[in-house]
Design a protein around this ligand. Structure first.
Ligand code: UDX
Length: 466
């Protein structure tokens, strides 16, 4: 191998083993390949196999010969581990992946047929990868796949603990002064989050620790943009050497695909997509259907599911509901029928569903991917946040961006019915205007001259400057 080849940028992308991060990082991988940067995408064995089984990842990336490799390492858990809550193993197992990662990188370095890794883009929740990179003298960049507002909330967490305000009073936190954030709008003060029985460590403490640890990387990538979250980005920039705000990544990727006349269907899911719902949507009137999905991790109780179902049915609107395997804890939910107006799938092609003319509103758990996809498609949201960043995001959706209604902790059948009717009825006029404005703002950020577009160009320069 000649010296020129050795210096060629080779980025190792290492996502946290869950649907949200994998989805975003695969989009980043595709974008980097479009800019002729070599990428090794490193998954856990389990997720690697699911992607091979359910997506077109191999044929899709075949258009980048010599630039893309999809590989895998152990996630530390035994093969028969149930990997609850989506495909996450226990958080403590994830932390043990550092030796597998180190060996993987060393093997590449020792392989004369392969160019060495020049930068690790790791998930901001697996910061042990930054330590591995430092030890091996490789540049590292942390990519956190949550909103900037939530990232900042984690950094401010010690401040919140001292705050004596009640749940309803506004918090006085730098960057958040202009928004009416209450304790119940913060991660960790929400239901199910502080003590998640699925994990043996506190998820909140883990997220906060990893957020502070991310500062050890040379830069931070966030899937957001200046127009949406500038006050929070300004605060984060006081603590991090360099921040690239390159979102929404799905819009940026779509824009570059259109520019290169690329028609490839991009499915990054760990479940098999059921495209029959698109045919069903084709036969529905414009803006007549409520789309319902709670992402890849949220687990509902049977009584929560029933309240939602009654609320949807009583609203009188048609609905398309994603009930992925494991969505409902404990008992079977198969006895809950959809009636004439409902259509249920296990996993939908969500971006296409949100872009369909028949969809008029989105009942969502306010995961960051879902929120960005809904904003880009100008679909108003009915938010029922569950955990992690979701209470922060739903507050911004309802109070700041005004592109939906935040139901927060309340989800009884009458609230669901009333909120669905309000949003499907136009949300008092203002919501329609805001959703159109935000969609336009998002569109402009990812085209030449836009903030995300230019941050992405800077990231590419950074990766090429070895
Ligand atoms: C997790 C966290 O729960 C969330 O709070 C955080 O912001 C990101 O990581 P998840 O719960 O899976 O993510 O939700 P979300 O961020 O909304 O991501 C779900 C992704 O799955 C979206 O990209 C969505 O398009 C996709 N999806 C979901 C499908 O493709 N089909 C479906 O049927 C449902």
């Amino acid at each position: 191998m000649n010296m020129e080849e050795k210096r060629a940028p080779h980025v190792l992308i290492f996502p946290f083993p869950a649907q949200g991060p994998i989805n975003q990082m695969l989009k980043l991988a595709e974008l980097l390949c479009l800019y002729s940067i070599k990428v090794t995408f490193l998954n856990t064995h389990h997720n690697h196999n699911r992607l091979l089984q359910f997506t077109n990842i191999q044929s899709r990336f075949a258009r980048f010969p010599g630039l893309f490799q999809h590989e895998s390492i152990s996630d530390g858990a035994p093969d028969d581990h149930p990997r609850p809550s989506g495909f996450l193993p226990d958080l403590t197992d994830v932390m043990k992946m550092d030796s597998h990662l180190r060996n993987f990188i060393l093997n590449i370095r020792d392989d004369l047929g392969r160019s060495p890794v020049t930068c690790i883009i790791c998930d901001g929740l697996t910061t042990f990868a930054i330590d591995v990179a430092n030890e091996l003298r490789i540049k590292s960049i942390a990519f956190r796949t949550i909103s900037a507002s939530c990232f900042w909330a984690y950094l401010c967490y010690p401040h919140f603990q001292d705050d004596e305000n009640s749940d309803e009073k506004a918090l006085t936190v730098p960057g958040m002064e202009n928004f009416y954030f209450r304790r119940r709008d913060l991660p960790g003060f929400s239901r199910q989050f502080r003590e998640n029985p699925l994990f043996s460590v506190s998820v909140l403490e883990f997220c906060i620790k990893e957020t502070f640890n991310s500062a050890r990387a040379s830069a931070l990538i966030l899937n957001t943009n200046e127009d949406l979250e500038s006050p929070f980005l300004a605060q984060i920039r006081t603590k991090f050497q360099k921040v690239y705000a390159i979102g929404p990544l799905h819009s940026l990727a779509k824009n570059l695909r259109t520019a290169t006349k690329d028609q490839t269907h991009n499915h990054n899911g760990l479940w098999e997509e059921d495209r029959s719902c698109l045919t069903w949507l084709d036969s529905q009137p414009p803006k007549s259907v409520v789309y319902v999905s709670f992402g890849s991790i949220t687990v509902l109780t049977r009584s929560q599911l029933l309240e939602l179902w009654h609320g949807l049915v009583n609203s009188g609107y048609r609905f398309l509901w994603v009930r992925r395997p494991g969505l409902v804890s404990g008992e079977e939910d198969s006895d809950i029928t959809t009636g004439e107006r409902g259509f249920v799938v296990k996993w939908a092609p969500q971006e296409e569903v949100l872009g369909h003319r028949a969809v008029g509103a989105f009942v969502t758990h306010s995961g960051w991917n879902s929120t960005l996809e809904s904003m880009a498609a100008a679909v108003p949201m009915i938010c029922w946040p569950n955990s992690a960043d979701q209470p922060v995001i739903s507050r911004l959706v309802g109070e700041v961006w005004k592109v939906g209604v935040d139901m927060k902790d309340v989800c009884d059948r009458s609230t669901v019915e009333e909120t669905v009717r309000y949003v499907m009825g136009g949300g008092g006029g203002e919501m329609g205007r805001s959703t159109a404005e935000i969609a336009d703002l998002v569109r402009r950020s990812v085209v030449e001259g836009g903030s995300s577009y230019s941050d992405f160009q800077d990231l590419v320069k950074d990766l090429k400057s070895n």
